[in-house]
Design a protein around this ligand. Structure first.
Ligand code: G1P
Length: 275
């Protein structure tokens, strides 16, 4: 499936990253040499996306916007000249599902990737192109096996038949079920390919887990009607939404980085030898 547009929900308050996020939006926290949001836009570009709809909280749009301003001419934003960014403000913090729904008008009736701002990938270890390829016209959610502890922190899929290597049917979903209620051990790790079928489902939702409109609840409805597949990724995504994950992401992307990776590797080796 050709996916022309990506939605980036970036309206989260970043509470787990306080005090770093007291005045800086979490999407602008730097990882190595660029902010989180830029890593995500670049990931989308590698999958052929040239149009991004960024959902932001009130008061943050200007700051995020100014990062990309004049990007056509900037050496450090090479390749961005053909990229369009649209900003949508989520006026009230009513949950991830509500945030994605705010992008409906901009997305229109097209399939779209949904790229959560807490999750990054190391370039070259991407999942989006494979997810698009796995789609037979249905939505595709990226899945990973979870630990017991993570079953309380992630949305979890109810899984049906395996259709191909790494591709399964998703028949339902539960947001942060915990070990007792988890329908499987496969959880949502922040990368989704949705057909526009998701929008009316989101619009029809009542508040769910935590009193918020949950994207996972709309995926549950998609799954119940046989309209959702899962792509089981072969490695974990990075999670910059909490301090230890942020450190791990900085390390993984620092080691990858062409300009600083070699020196950083030496530094880490020295540290390990000294310990
Ligand atoms: C959100 C989603 C959850 C998903 C997770 C991935 O949760 O609601 O289903 O598994 O992102 O990072 P949050 O991290 O916003 O609590």
């Amino acid at each position: 499936m050709k996916v022309p547009v990506a939605v980036i929900p970036a309206a989260g308050r970043g509470t787990r990253m306080r005090p770093a996020t007291r005045s800086v939006p979490k999407a602008l926290l730097p990882v190595v040499d660029r902010p989180v949001i830029q890593w995500i836009v670049e990931e989308g570009m590698r999958a052929g996306v040239a149009e991004f709809v960024v959902v932001v909280s009130p008061g943050v749009d200007d700051l995020l916007y100014s990062h990309f301003e004049g990007m056509e001419g900037l050496e450090e934003l090479k390749g961005f000249a053909d990229v369009t960014l649209t900003w949508v403000v989520q006026e009230q913090a009513r949950g991830l599902g509500h945030a994605v729904l705010q992008a409906q008008e901009a997305v229109d009736r097209r399939p779209f990737f949904c790229l959560l701002g807490d999750n990054l990938v190391v370039p070259g270890r991407d999942h989006l192109a494979a997810m698009a390829e796995a789609s037979d016209g249905r939505s595709v959610v990226c899945l990973r096996p979870l630990t017991d502890e993570d079953l309380e922190r992630y949305g979890v899929a109810e899984v049906g038949e395996a259709l191909a290597e790494r591709v399964v049917e998703v028949t339902g979903a539960v947001e942060k079920p915990g070990r007792e209620r988890a329908p499987s051990r496969l959880g949502f790790v922040g990368r989704y390919l949705f057909t526009p079928e998701i929008f009316p489902l989101l619009a029809g939702l009542s508040p769910g887990y935590g009193g918020e409109i949950q994207l996972t609840d709309a995926i549950a409805r998609l799954g119940e009607t046989g309209r959702c597949l899962g792509w089981v990724a072969d490695e974990d995504l990075l999670d910059v939404g909490n301090p230890s994950g942020y450190l791990e992401a900085s390390t993984a992307l620092g080691l990858w980085h062409p300009a600083v990776g070699a020196r950083y590797r030496e530094f880490l080796r020295g540290l390990a030898e000294g310990s």
